[in-house]
Design a protein around this ligand. Sequence first.
Ligand code: G3D
Ligand code: MG
Length: 381
Amino acid sequence: MQEVGEHLISILVVGQDGLVVDILTRDSGKIDEKKFVGAFSSLAELVLKKITLDFDLGTFGAGTFDTDRYRFIFCEAGVEHVMVSILHPKALVDEIFPYTYLTADKVARIIDGELPVSPVIPKIIRENEMERIKRKMEYYQSKPHSPEYVYKLSIIGDRGVGKTSMAQRYVHGIFQADYKATIGTFISKKECKFDELKTAVRFMIWDLAGQNQFQRLWPDYLTDSRAGIIVYDISNRESFENVKKWYDIITKVAYPSLILVIAGNKIDLEDSRVISKDEGMELAIELGIYYMETSAKTNENIDDVFEWIALQIINKNIEMLKDTLLDKRVEDSSKYIISGPELKLLNHHFTKQLDYCIGTKDTKDIIKYLDMLKTIEKNKF
Ligand code: G3D
Ligand code: MG
């Protein structure tokens, strides 16, 4: 209510049977709750009937309903309850929607007995802010040879597998035990540096909300991902079984040379493990992608996942460059003609190391560099 402001008049949690389980009003002094519930119930009876039906069919997610006095947002809160937000008739439903999703998700967790559930509402990126970020992202992605270039990396997987924890761990070096469902997407930027290679890969990390309510947004948010981490929880079989679904979703909309890794997270919960390492590996082989086991809690292998992706990106770029250069090989020696854009790409990747190499136009150094890259990868992964 603090976040949304005065346009949010009341919130009700209603059972599948239409009975009000709980009610919260902005200013209970002004509203007689009992009367209010009564008025609301008769008013929304029809809607609730429809919801109950949809519930039985398993198709209900969220919806809105307007009367001349109020606007309503209905949002599924677990399998047996609906959270109803009652708004001022002038309220902007689109802006309030994410808050109701988030709150409904927390209500569901409380009802499920998943305690403790933190009452903290994370910062929500509003739609217009999202648009701004998307435009910025498009701008960055449109300049592959510029030093501003960033790689879009999407973290996907079921709810609760630890996507946000992984991103937080990698970007800020922290693990927050407090539950925070991600609404829409969280985006953060981080540079993955390789001192030995004197280069860095800049990531724009998109942390996607895994709740089904956001399904319609997934393809949109994952568009043009250059890299992806599909996370599952080693103590949750369902999350593992959904890895394929996530694989299909991202490969449909991502960049053609997408770099993917599967992360089996929460290996600190060894006692509750239900997916063996072999099973994880098998799936990765089947999908033709890399596999790693992690713990955002103990920080095991978290940096490595991102580092591995960064190395693959560098590798791909250099291989591409090498192929172009080899095409242009001049007969007698290892001297090549490097064009303007290639020079820029080189400069982008090897800020110092290849200044020299570019100066001499000698690609022996590029090949040496590739070897270095492979050695790092071999030793580490
Ligand atoms: P999500 O973004 O994929 O939905 P979150 O997942 O990062 O929000 O994490 C969901 C819950 O799993 C959180 O617990 C979080 O603390 C916990 N978690 C994340 N990673 C690990 C891990 O590596 N090990 C363990 N043991 N727990 C982890 P709460 O209780 O806050 O819901
Ligand atoms: Mg999250």
